[in-house]
Design a protein around this ligand. Structure first.
Ligand code: PBG
Length: 341
């Protein structure tokens, strides 16, 4: 067959398509009209790191644009996020001192408890989420106390996680988010919250959380890298998708109000499957390494920061997330205000 290109004067060949998808891509207006997935600032949850002190905004080297705040600057930041229409915030604590069991996690005057109380005093309307884990508070960096053999003692860990969740609820958390990947942690936390009169506090379970290389910058920020070994004995193998459905169904049965898939971009298939199978809200966590890789490439001039962040977050929502925890919540909210999509 002779190509039409070889004979510019030839009649249009019958193989040329009449179905032309490019018609609706021609202008910005047409593209907006047929867009299937839209981001809104209310779907973004800002991840914030808080340390003791006052007036602090210490930049985190591995996460350019993110800082370690103090309770007072968290309040300032929360007001700014609220004004931008961001959907919520999740707090990670960096205590002054660590020990073998992570007692800073449930201390009544712990860094998270103090910050939550400040936010409540300041009447911040934003939903307040507390990450419920022990790894930032243990001197060995694992997510619970250690058994004789050096593994994490699951059943002791869940009682300490429950204690932590109760103290966070008492301090004003709307949602506690257990991220330690201990078996039975959601049931233990639900029972403890109810027994302590916090029946209204919701649980956002990190249900499908893998032992991912993409948490590297967070561990630097929170000084929570395990002192020995790794987390593969409790976090999921990234190779397993069916097992993540089992993790989610257990957390649902234990009383989770919403579930999280983490990391986000490496888990789009998990998000899509979870969205098909489960009818509770599903969040995705765009983790530190996802943020840092985009930002570092942008700093080198290799990626467009704005487009890469918005595209990856849109893809996460397209895959099935109804909200996204991200370190870029404020800047994305600003961009979405300028140019809603
Ligand atoms: C606590 C926790 C971690 C992250 C969120 N909660 C660290 C980990 O599991 O090692 C990582 C978040 C990120 O990388 O942005 N267990």
């Amino acid at each position: 067959m002779t190509l039409a290109l070889d004979r510019p004067d030839a009649a249009v060949a019958p193989t040329i398509p009449s179905r032309r998808l490019r018609r609706l891509r021609r202008t910005a207006g047409l593209r907006a009209l047929v867009r299937e997935t839209r981001l809104d600032p209310s779907m973004l949850v800002a991840g914030l790191f808080v340390q003791p002190g006052a007036g602090r905004r210490d930049p985190i080297g591995s996460m350019p644009g993110v800082a370690r705040l103090s309770p007072d600057t968290v309040v300032e930041e929360a007001r700014r996020l609220d004004a931008l229409g961001v959907g919520g915030l999740i707090l990670f604590g960096l205590p002054d001192a660590k020990d073998g069991v992570g007692s800073g996690a449930w201390a009544r005057d712990g860094i998270i408890q103090e910050t939550l109380a400040r936010l409540r005093d300041a009447d911040v309307a934003l939903p307040l989420i507390a990450d419920t884990c022990l790894c930032e508070y243990t001197d060995h960096g694992h997510c619970g106390p250690l058994a004789q053999d050096g593994s994490v003692a699951n059943d002791l860990a869940i009682t300490l996680l429950a204690e932590t969740a109760v103290s966070q609820a008492a301090a004003g958390a709307d949602i506690v988010a257990p991220s330690a990947m201990m078996d039975g942690q959601v049931a233990a936390i639900r029972a403890a919250l109810d027994a302590a009169g916090h029946g209204e506090t919701a649980i956002l379970a990190y249900a499908a959380k893998t032992a991912s290389a993409f948490y590297g910058p967070f561990r630097d920020a929170a000084d929570s890298a395990p002192a020995f070994g790794d987390r593969r004995g409790y976090q999921m193998d990234p190779a397993n998708a069916r097992e993540s459905m089992l993790e989610i169904s257990l957390d649902v049965a234990e009383g989770a109000d919403a579930i999280l898939v983490k990391p986000a971009l490496p888990s789009l298939d998990i998000l899509a499957r979870a969205h098909d199978r489960f009818d509770l809200p599903i969040g995705a966590y765009q983790v530190s390494g996802e943020y840092a890789s985009i930002v570092a490439a942008a700093q080198n001039g290799w990626l467009d920061r704005r487009r890469a962040l918005l595209e990856s977050t849109t893809s996460i929502v397209r895959a099935g997330a109804s909200f996204v925890i991200t370190y870029a919540a404020a800047e994305m909210a600003e961009w979405l205000r300028e140019d809603p999509r």
